[in-house]
Each structure stands twice: as structure tokens, then as C-alpha cells.
Unconditional design. Structure first.
Length: 59
């Protein structure tokens, strides 16, 4: 868990940064930012929905 969490955070930043920088030439700065934020929001929503499937009681 200690290794997975920082690795996932770094991978998320790298993925969103790469997406943003690849969209800038085609869409422009504003549209690339909006698209990247929408992708980030979708990921947050999916994570929130999947967290509802976690067990509620411990042991």
C-alpha cells in the first residue's frame, strides 16, 4: 500500500499531463484544459462509484 499509492499518484499526474500536452496543438490551450479536466472528473466519478462496492464492515 505504501508503494502503490505514491506510484498511482505519479502515474495519474503523468497521464493527465501527457494528455493535456498532446491535445494543446490540436485543440488550443483552453479546449485542451477543459478536456483534461473532464477526463479527470470522469476518473473521480468512476472511483467514487467503485468505492461504493467496498465492504462496509470490518471483519
Amino acid at each position: 500500500m505504501i508503494t502503490t499509492q505514491p506510484s498511482s499518484l505519479a502515474l495519474g499526474v503523468a497521464t493527465l499531463g501527457t494528455l493535456f500536452l498532446s491535445l494543446v496543438p490540436a485543440l488550443g490551450m483552453r479546449n485542451a484544459r477543459v478536456t483534461t479536466l473532464l477526463v479527470q472528473l470522469a476518473g473521480t466519478a468512476v472511483t467514487g462509484l467503485l468505492s461504493l462496492r467496498l465492504p462496509r464492515a470490518v471483519g
